[in-house]
Ligand binder design. Structure first.
Ligand code: SAH
Length: 220
């Protein structure tokens, strides 16, 4: 017998392809894959690019910014390796997609963006998804979030020339920060900074391309 149940559900097939793509690009941590399986990237991409929401590509979002490539979101989450009791600071809320993925991996996420419009739109999606452990705020993330510091993990999703000093200072001993560094218009290097009693250790992870970390608040 054949009927509607025998036909492949397009949403399920899309998700299967999306998850396969992540694995084939090196996202292998089961916790990260599970967190990404739960968050529908289609909610974070609107307008003319929405039909490409499940492609492994960065896409434009309002305020001239971009939502990161899904595999890069996965690889960064994996490198950050947050534990279930950790407090994470994300710099660069953008669409809110990375923060939503992090919310499934840790106890609390603070995320900041210099554009008010992006923070407001991301907050609406967090509410819609019942993600109550994310606090989004308009702030200049190059200064970190001193009121909530120190953090177990810090993820910077905009490129800085060097890891910003205030962010290093707001990382707990034993904490990890993942940040793309390099000139804004060039290819940048994703680095992982681990803080120990003795100081900071730096590992280079891969080449990436992010919009620049810009000081001060945006106009919108
Ligand atoms: N993590 C996002 C993608 C971020 S794009 C996502 O999942 O969609 C980089 C973001 O960093 C942009 O939204 C930009 O406005 C923000 N940004 C750049 N400089 C900043 C700063 N100094 N403080 C806070 N946000 C900043």
């Amino acid at each position: 017998m054949s009927g509607p149940d025998d036909e492949t559900d397009p949403a399920a097939e899309r998700k299967m392809r999306f998850m396969f793509q992540l694995r084939s690009r090196g996202v292998t941590d089961p916790r990260v894959l599970e967190a990404m399986e739960r968050i529908d990237r289609g909610l974070f991409v609107r307008g003319q690019f929405s039909d490409r929401a499940y492609d492994d590509t960065p896409l434009p979002i309002p305020c001239g910014q971009t939502i990161s490539q899904p595999s890069v979101v996965g690889l960064m989450s994996q490198a950050l390796n947050p534990g279930p009791r950790d407090t994470v600071l994300e710099i660069g809320t953008g669409s809110g997609y990375q923060a939503a993925v992090l919310s499934g991996l840790c106890r609390r996420v603070y995320t900041v963006d210099r554009h008010r419009r992006l923070v407001q739109e991301a907050e609406a999606i967090f509410r819609q998804l019942d993600l109550h452990n994310i606090t989004a705020q308009v702030a200049d993330g190059s200064r970190g979030l001193p009121d909530q510091a120190p953090f177990d993990r810090i993820l910077v999703t905009a490129a800085a020339e060097d890891p910003p000093g205030p962010l290093l200072a707001q990382l707990k001993i034993g904490g990890i920060m993942v940040v793309p560094v390099g000139q804004s218009d060039a290819v940048q290097t994703l680095i992982r900074v681990t803080r120990s009693e003795a100081g900071f250790d730096y590992d280079e992870l891969r080449q990436v391309r992010f919009v620049p970390l810009v000081e001060g608040l945006g106009q919108t």
